[in-house]
Design a protein around this ligand. Structure first.
Ligand code: HEM
Ligand code: HEM
Length: 197
């Protein structure tokens, strides 16, 4: 039990750090994709872990059940936490899916190098004067257009969900949040009962 929760928070820390780093490096050419593949790897492992069958890591954890939701005490209803986790999960799947679809393994040396973009120069100049139809031919940026738009949208939405996730847990589930962050328990300490031997 303790063991599995320890693994959960290790996995959580790794996912959180990689995802934030990927977000921050959105425009830094190969590094961003490497971090993105790192995130994808963590997600795949998480899914396999869920299939392993332990209840604490099952995917039902992401299913918000609104049963018993009333105005009174609504702020701490478990459905809220789950809605935010589900939002994060869906954004992660979308952002990594579209990212990999755009990159097709190039950044990690897979994929057909025979394709026209064998070298992706990071500081490729854009032809700003070409007017409205920047989707035209699309050659300067490799495969772009709608995928790229969805990718960026999902990335920004991810950040919004993460912000709410963090804020919510810190406000309403402080002890759990601290546990997840490897912080020591603080606050009201129960008086230590005298040890009876
Ligand atoms: C730094 C502040 C953060 C805190 C305090 C925090 C705290 C928590 C806590 C307490 C849970 C368990 C919630 C529950 O079981 O009801 C959780 C789950 C989760 N968090 Fe965070 N989190 C933080 C940042 C992040 C970030 C940056 C991400 C970005 C990906 C993230 C993604 C997730 C996911 C996907 C889950 C579900 C865990 C699972 O797969 O089983 N969290 N978080
Ligand atoms: C948690 C995962 C990810 C996040 C949060 C994320 C976020 C972002 C964001 C916000 C941008 C826009 C940068 C900007 O122009 O300002 C971006 C661009 C890009 N990302 Fe990701 N990304 C992730 C994963 C990936 C993965 C896995 C790949 C590929 C393997 C990838 C490939 C790209 C590429 C090629 C661009 C530039 C295309 C464009 O101009 O839109 N990303 N990413």
């Amino acid at each position: 039990m303790m063991n599995i929760m320890n693994r959960v928070r290790l996995y959580h820390a790794l996912l959180a750090i990689l995802a934030i780093a990927a977000y921050l490096t959105g425009e830094i050419d190969p590094v961003h994709a490497w971090l993105g593949y790192g995130v994808s790897t963590v997600i795949v492992l998480r899914l396999l872990w869920a299939l392993g069958g332990e209840r604490q890591v099952g995917l039902m954890l992401f299913y918000p059940n609104f049963e018993g939701l009333k105005l009174k005490g609504a702020a701490t209803h478990p459905a809220i936490s789950r809605v935010l986790m589900l939002g994060i999960a869906l954004c992660l799947l979308t952002v990594t899916g579209t990212g990999i679809a755009m990159d097709q393994g190039r950044s990690i040396g897979l994929g057909s190098a025979a394709e026209r973009t064998s070298t992706q120069s990071p500081a490729e100049p854009r032809y700003a004067d070409e007017g409205e139809d920047d989707e035209h031919e699309g050659e300067e940026h490799g495969e772009e257009g709608p995928l790229s738009e969805i990718h960026e949208l999902a990335g920004n939405l991810l950040l919004a969900f993460v912000g709410m996730h963090v804020t919510y847990l810190l406000l309403f589930k402080r002890p759990l949040a601290k546990f997840m962050l490897f912080l020591p328990r603080t606050g009201k300490k129960k008086p230590v009962p005298p040890t009876s031997t």
